[in-house]
Design a protein around this ligand. Structure first.
Ligand code: ZN
Ligand code: ZN
Length: 141
C-alpha cells in the first residue's frame, strides 16, 4: 500500500468511514491511476478491484476526500476529472491537454512572485494547486 493510500484511508477513518473493501478499491484506483479519471472511469477502475463497489459509496468517499484536500478536480474539455493530490502546500499541476497526464511540481521562486502580485491586488494566496496547461513531451513527438 502506498503512502498516499494509507493517508487517504486514515483520513476516511477519522471521519468515521472504515476501510471497507469498496472504499479501499476506490482509494487504490485513485492512487494507481496514471492520469486523472472521470467519475465513470474511476468507478470502473474501482469495480475492477472490487466488483461490488457502488456509486453511492463512490460519491460519499469522494466527498470526504475532496473536503479533506486529498482529491483534486480538473476540468478538461467540459468534463470533470479526479486525481489523488495530498500535497497541501502551494504547488503546480502541469496538465497535458492531450493525454491528461499531470506532473506535480514545486516552484518557490514563482510562489514569491505570485504572492507579491496577489498582495498588490489585496489578495492573500491559498495553497490550492495552480494549473499550467500544455502538451507533454510524449504527446509532442
Ligand atoms: Zn497536486
Ligand atoms: Zn501528453
Amino acid at each position: 500500500m502506498s503512502a498516499a493510500e494509507r493517508e487517504m484511508l486514515a483520513v476516511l477513518a477519522e471521519h468515521g468511514f472504515r476501510a471497507t473493501r469498496p472504499r479501499r478499491a476506490i482509494v487504490q484506483a485513485l492512487c494507481e491511476a496514471d492520469a486523472p479519471l472521470t467519475l465513470s472511469a474511476l468507478h470502473r477502475a474501482a469495480r475492477a478491484r472490487y466488483p461490488k463497489t457502488g456509486l453511492a459509496t463512490l460519491y460519499r468517499t469522494l466527498e470526504v476526500l475532496e473536503r479533506c484536500g486529498l482529491v483534486h478536480r480538473i476540468q478538461l474539455n467540459g468534463e470533470s476529472y479526479l486525481m489523488a493530490c495530498a500535497d497541501q502546500s502551494l504547488h503546480y499541476h502541469l496538465v497535458c491537454v492531450k493525454c491528461h497526464k499531470v506532473v506535480e511540481v514545486h516552484a518557490p521562486q514563482a510562489e514569491e512572485w505570485l504572492g507579491a502580485l496577489a498582495r498588490q491586488h489585496g489578495f492573500t494566496m491559498s495553497a490550492a494547486p495552480i494549473e499550467v496547461r500544455g502538451v507533454c513531451a510524449a504527446c509532442r513527438t
